[in-house]
Design a protein around this ligand. Sequence first.
Ligand code: S3P
Length: 494
Amino acid sequence: MDCHDVSLVSKGIVKLAWHFLFFPLLGGNKGHKQKEFGNFMQTDAVKPLRVKRAQSLMGEVSMPGDKSISHRALLLGALASGETHVSGLLEAADIMASAQALRELGAVIERNGKNWRVTGRGTSGLLQPHKPLDFGNSGTAVRLMMGVIAGHDLSAQLIGDSSLSSRPMGRVLTPLKQMGLEITGQNQDVLPLELRGSHDLVPIHYELPVASAQVKSAIMFAALQASGETTIIEPKPTRDHSERMMRHFGASIGVEPFGPAGRKITITGDAELQGCNVIVPGDPSSAAFVVAAALIVPDSDLIVRNVLINPTRTGFYETLVEMGADIVFENKRDAAGEPVADIHVRHSPLKGVVVPPERAPSMIDEYPCLAVVAAYASGETRMEGLEELRVKESDRLAATKSGLDEAGVVSTIDGDTLIVEGAGGTGVVRGGGTVATHMDHRIAMSFLTLGLGSQQSMQVDDVSIIDTSFPSFLSMMEGLGARYDDMASEGDLS
Ligand code: S3P
């Protein structure tokens, strides 16, 4: 943990950086909503977009930072003593929601050139906030923060946008209440929530009833601040970034196999975390859209650099290889405890496959994108065990199916299984409809990807939500050969 000196950046410049980061893609001129987001007014402009069929996608891109790792870097930096320097942090609205909430709690988080510096307050050292903590669209930000708040002697009001306010929070609050967190407001399961933490958290033994890294991580954040050892059993392994990064900050985290496929995680409480350097690798969930686009569009040949290939995140890529995708992982390396590679992908004929339910946690965010790829494959693709998709930023199972319907792709939902009938090769997916994104960034990007190969232009009702995870998506894809029509200027969807 070799911390280095970084010169100070004034708050004013940080504020300007916020405007720079969030206003460019919000330039539409209708459907404006304004809301207070952190220190400034964010304009939520609804921005419809049409994507045209692409000729071929060629070139090289480097992926922006992983969203899950970026959240954890800020939270752990705020709970550590001293400074944490983060390179490659994802600069997207979801991460800025974590940053802003931590500022309200007394941590100092500043941009310094391309890097970010977090000045922590030590374990359980955050302060009483003076206004509600606004988590925007981000489930990860709010749920992990509940674990942080649990170990502090303070009260906080947690709010979010309408998508986040409809998502279940009880799955996180149930174990945190056992540890000593109090719910002081009326709502028990949904935002807005009023919480009171405690300096006297007790450790627990908890078996996760759902395969959720957010629930696991929230308990882990609380456990760092409890006295004694907390154990968590996860019957199905989920992303392990909290385990890796907590160790990197000096916490004692044990991980052992449990049962046929599960894990037992032991967290030693009263942890003393030390500020350190964190390198955030590129996000495989964002890279999924770029890789999918290359597979769909004939004659494409792309190199996607700097992609995290942690095995708890690579189920999508495993599935693509089974479908016959020409994907090569080059230049495999380590970035601060996480495996990374460059992905070389070429357009490929694909065949339908069965994706087993046990793979779901390692590709939970990639199913809408896989459904789009499956539309271009020969034969049927069955994706099993998708019940968690119902509680994402939208009901992603339903939103994916209606997007496929709009595009003329035949699909069926059978319980928690999605079946997509592939069109059997390139150029035969009709496209042409308008997809409702339901404030879900991954639905927007999935169907903009589908439209790169479909016969008719595909329309998406609002792409502004893409800023939550991948603000450079449209410009990156344009750089590779994609073409979009900004429909707000044409008034097509009025
Ligand atoms: C995440 C875990 C997953 C994933 C989300 C990020 C995380 O959610 O969908 O985008 O960073 O821990 P669940 O824990 O609800 O499965």
